[in-house]
Design a protein around this ligand. Structure first.
Ligand code: PMP
Length: 315
């Protein structure tokens, strides 16, 4: 099996949470008539937890923030999640302990329309599920990504709100991600219908120009990324000026540095876009500085950012 197919697989002993209880992951099944399966009507999160071997601890990154975003997003699909973000956070830690994970993991919770019948209109029924799988770093700092601007356009707020993290809407970024891979690139970048830059396929995008950080604004059809907010916080602490504003495609090529960020991709430097080298083709100095703080913070090695983390084992 190649590494791509291996990624994100769960061990036999893993547990999931489904319809109010913990069940072995391999027994966690839903009906083929489920609305969310037929129509993509779920809202989900991707959450990372990092293992610190010195403390023998697993730290979940920005756990409450993820569940707060999920509860707000579920509301867009008229699902009111009755459990508080705190309660969902506690369930998540309990699940990781049940799985026995003492390694880096990726957690996938989803609130989904659970009615089992044909028909687009939403019933009141919805359920919550989650599982977690071991997952190491996306790519190393030494290996900047080769990206392409996708021929697919980013969905707009009035089609499927990108901020809502709706499961069905991920066909949009999958088309771009897959197109990139089929053409020999690492990742795809998506433009809006008006030609402005939106975000990468599953990550937010940052440029560095003359020492300033620039990222696309929330009204340019991006997910309001939690890693993006971490980058803002780090930039503030490092005294790096940052701004949110729209950008053209050609500004990508003309930048000193580009990086993409998200829970899965963490913070990854971009070495080229559409075969145009960015800077010297290596991960740039500003990106490096931000990465260093980020990777220390998420593993619990920087006390300043301890409030980003929820410990799983030593409560
Ligand atoms: N954009 C999209 C479309 C995403 O799916 C993600 C990953 N959740 C991101 C951006 C980054 O968001 P976050 O930092 O919250 O993971």
């Amino acid at each position: 099996m190649n590494p791509h197919e291996q990624r994100g697989k769960a061990p036999e002993t893993a547990y999931a949470f489904l319809e109010g209880k913990f069940v072995p992951l391999h027994e966690a099944k839903i009906s083929i008539m489920t609305h969310a399966f037929l129509y993509g009507s779920g809202v989900f999160e991707g959450i990372r937890a990092y293992y610190n071997s010195a403390n023998d601890e697993v730290y979940v990154l920005k756990l409450i923030e993820h569940y707060t975003r999920m509860r707000n997003n579920a509301h867009i699909l008229m699902m009111e999640i009755t459990q508080s973000a705190q309660h969902l956070a506690e369930l998540t830690c309990e699940m990781i302990r049940k799985c026995g994970y003492r390694e880096d993991v990726y957690i996938r919770p989803m609130a989904y329309k659970s009615a089992q019948r044909i028909g687009l209109k939403w019933d009141k029924n919805h359920e919550f599920m989650m599982f977690a799988v071991p997952m190491g770093s996306y790519l190393t700092k030494e290996r900047p990504l080769n990206c392409m601007v996708s021929s697919w356009r980013r969905i707009q707020d009035n089609a499927i709100p990108p901020r809502a993290k709706v499961s069905g809407s991920y066909v949009n970024v999958s088309l771009a991600a897959n197109e990139a891979r089929e053409n020999g690139y690492d990742e795809g970048l998506l433009l809006n219908e008006d030609g402005s830059v939106s975000e990468a396929a599953g990550m937010n995008i940052f440029l560095v120009r003359s020492g300033h950080l620039i990222t696309t604004p929330v009204y340019d059809n991006v997910l309001e990324g939690i890693t993006r907010a971490c980058v803002f916080e780090i930039a503030k602490d490092l005294g790096i000026p940052y701004e949110e504003r729209s950008m053209n495609r050609s500004e990508l090529y003309a930048s000193d540095e580009v990086f993409i960020c998200g829970t899965g991709a963490e913070i990854s430097g971009v070495g080229s876009i559409d075969r145009r080298q960015i800077g010297d083709g290596k991960t740039g100095p500003v990106t490096n500085k931000i990465q260093d703080v980020f990777f220390d913070a998420v593993r619990g090695n920087n006390p300043k950012y301890k409030n980003w983390l929820t410990p799983v084992w030593h409560r």
